[in-house]
Design a binder for this molecule. Structure first.
Ligand SMILES: [Zn+2]
Ligand SMILES: [Zn+2]
Length: 248
């Protein structure tokens, strides 16, 4: 069985007029978690224990910063997070500096592995983010619900196949979920997913082409049709929904 707290938003997303239902669910989850960290949570010891260690990824740090709320909470988190990062990494960076090769010591390629290992640790720390983790967890639950409802609920199956396309990152995620379905269920699920996606792809290609043809003076009086925002829709289709892809 699947939990109601996940089935209701999934049904709503597939009934709404959004471009990709999973992008809509992602956006909602992200806003909920941003609001959570913009609230008093950064002052609470349990939350601080996590965020002191992880900080936030560049994308979510930017979004928290633009919201301009909870300045003290962010300041406190930043202070302890910087200290934690410094204590964890800085001495090791210095320790990774190779000793100079000399006649006595000779050359050693050990240092290459050490430098890459410390760089990997830094990259991992930069990317670590409780908001990303929570969104990821929630989207996994939504996707479990989607594959469950597809095989158990004929109304949902119809909604899923009613022409709504998914953006390519979410198609990839749904394909991974399909790899956990039984072979027969996966056959049905992937066929419907592929058909909706392929229709969306060709329509989008035509819309983007018409966008470019509108720059020809011979077409300047002809109607735009669905092409005015076709380039931004292409961006969202290829990369998922982002604020930067909004139409101006
Ligand atoms: Zn999407
Ligand atoms: Zn993040």
């Amino acid at each position: 069985m699947v939990e109601k707290i996940y089935t209701i938003p999934v049904n709503e997303a597939y009934e709404s007029s959004c471009e990709c239902p999973l992008c809509a669910l992602h956006k909602k989850a992200e806003q909920d978690y941003l609001d959570y960290y913009l609230g008093p949570s950064l002052m609470e010891p349990d939350t601080r224990k996590i965020t002191n260690k992880t900080g936030f990824c560049p994308d979510h740090m930017g979004k928290l910063n633009l919201a301009e709320q909870s300045k003290l909470g962010m300041g406190l988190m930043m202070h302890t997070h910087l200290k934690d990062f410094n204590e964890d990494i800085c001495a090791d960076i210095k320790a990774a500096a190779p000793g100079k090769a000399s006649l006595l010591k000779g050359r050693s390629s050990d240092y290459k592995g050490k430098l890459n290992a410390i760089a990997d640790r830094i990259d991992k720390r930069i990317a670590s983010c409780p908001i990303c983790e929570k969104i990821d967890y929630t989207l996994d639950r939504y996707i479990e619900v989607i594959t469950y409802l597809f095989t158990h609920d004929s109304d949902f199956r119809e909604k899923f196949g009613s022409g709504k396309a998914h953006c390519m990152p979410h198609v990839s995620r749904l394909l991974r979920a399909a790899s956990k379905m039984s072979q027969n269920d996966a056959a049905d699920f992937v066929t419907v997913l592929a058909d909706c996606n392929s229709t969306a792809f060709t329509t989008l290609i035509d819309d983007v082409e018409w966008f470019t043809l509108k720059f020809d003076y011979r077409n300047s009086d002809k109607p735009w049709g669905n092409s005015k925002n076709a380039v931004q829709r292409g961006m969202r289709f290829l990369s998922g929904d982002r604020k930067e892809f909004d139409e101006k």
